[in-house]
Design a binder for this molecule. Structure first.
Ligand SMILES: Cc1cc2nc3c(=O)[nH]c(=O)nc-3n(C[C@H](O)[C@H](O)[C@H](O)COP(=O)(O)OP(=O)(O)OC[C@H]3O[C@@H](n4cnc5c(N)ncnc54)[C@H](O)[C@@H]3O)c2cc1C
Length: 336
């Protein structure tokens, strides 16, 4: 894939989706604790600093985003952790409470006439003679001109060629008890959102009530919330030793949808439209792709950069058999 196409497909939706989220929240008064805290992309190894510098330049020069590299000394005012070697700082980005944001979107959709049916799986999509589809559910059959699959890391047998191109990977978060203000400040003084450059990355921030929300991909192999919680707690203390002894009050997890080229995809298979593959960054991006897909299904042109192929993997049908091996390989790279 040409460099410029890849850059367009990875950075443009990030920039556009951040703007879309902010506009949607403001215009519709969605109460979801949105704050423009900015984020830091932290270099886990010395060799990760240079690629971050390149990325900062790309963001500035190609996408007009104010982004700069912080060296190890400058990091001291940004994070109370001894383990990182530098960071890319983007000040314009914001964080929110995803469940409250989704609740706001549900309200907007209902107000505009959408019918939402949870706990109603589509079990089959049948092509209708003469065009269109029948979507089969346990509660009834839906006769429709278009179908958009937005099943991301939960894509199932509904559309096997799509399932073969999306890899479900578990991601997990712990939430600590609320921290005293000085302890919270000692960990993340400017309340930024943080993530690092490991393959098995950590991502973390403070909630509005000063809990540390610390997340990561514990393993590419199936695991449990209890194991992920213990693993994340140990990781959090490695990053922020000042949090030793803090209690974990909540832990949860779910699937994110990865693709083989680590880019989101939008298109059609067997006439069925799809938009997915956000590789762990879909809170904002799924809204952007939802809008792109809605316009496209309604007849607008799909931008050129989204017309590329959607790679799969030989012999991958339902079970991502390669994940344990790939996981061990990536974990070894992180340790080196
Ligand atoms: C622990 C964790 C932390 C995360 N942190 C971040 C973060 O900090 N920032 C970020 O941007 N992203 C984050 N993500 C990823 C983000 O949640 C996803 O990218 C986002 O939810 C994708 O939205 P979506 O609507 O495309 O898919 P999803 O929210 O995954 O929704 C897909 C839906 O499709 C439904 N579905 C599947 N099959 C069928 C069927 N046959 N019939 C009917 N429905 C079906 C599923 O039930 C599911 O509700 C995180 C994810 C997890 C699990």
């Amino acid at each position: 894939m040409a460099w410029s196409t890849r850059a367009s497909r990875s950075h443009r939706p990030r920039c556009s989706s951040a703007t879309l989220v902010e506009e949607t929240i403001t215009a519709n008064h969605i109460d979801c604790e949105y704050a423009r805290t900015g984020h830091l992309y932290l270099a886990y190894k010395p060799g990760h600093v240079e690629p971050l510098e390149t990325e900062a330049r790309l963001l500035r020069e190609e996408f007009g985003v104010s982004a700069r590299l912080l060296n190890r000394d400058a990091l001291a005012s940004e994070i109370g952790s001894p383990i990182y070697h530098g960071a890319l700082l983007v000040e314009r980005s914001g964080g929110l409470h995803p469940a409250k944001y989704v609740a706001g979107l549900v309200r907007l959709a209902r107000d505009r006439g959408a019918h939402l049916h949870d706990h109603t799986p589509a079990t089959a999509i049948e092509s209708r003679p003469g065009g269109g589809f029948i979507v089969v559910t346990p509660g009834g059959r839906i006769d429709t001109r278009d179908v958009l699959l937005a099943t991301n890391g939960y894509s199932d047998r509904l559309l096997p060629p799509l399932r073969r191109r999306v890899i479900p990977i578990g991601s997990y978060i712990i939430a600590t008890e609320p921290l005293a203000p000085d302890r919270a400040r000692s960990a993340i003084p400017k309340r930024r959102m943080l993530f690092d450059s490991k393959n098995f990355l950590y991502y973390w921030r403070l909630s509005t009530d000063n809990r540390m929300l610390f997340g990561g991909r514990a393993s590419f192999a199936p695991t449990t919330i209890a194991k992920a919680r213990d693993w994340l707690y140990a990781a959090m203390i490695r990053v922020h030793p000042q949090l030793a002894g803090i209690a974990v009050e909540h832990a949860w997890g779910g699937n994110v949808g990865f693709t083989f080229d680590r880019l989101p995809h939008i298109g059609r298979m067997n006439g069925i439209a799809y938009a997915l593959g956000y590789c762990g960054t879909g809170v904002a991006m799924s809204g952007y792709f939802g809008q792109l897909a809605a316009d496209w299904v309604a007849g607008a042109e799909l931008p050129d950069c989204w017309r590329g192929g959607f790679p799969g993997m030989p012999f991958y049908r339902e079970k991502p058999w390669f994940l344990p091996v790939v996981g061990r390989y990536y974990a070894a790279l992180d340790r080196l």
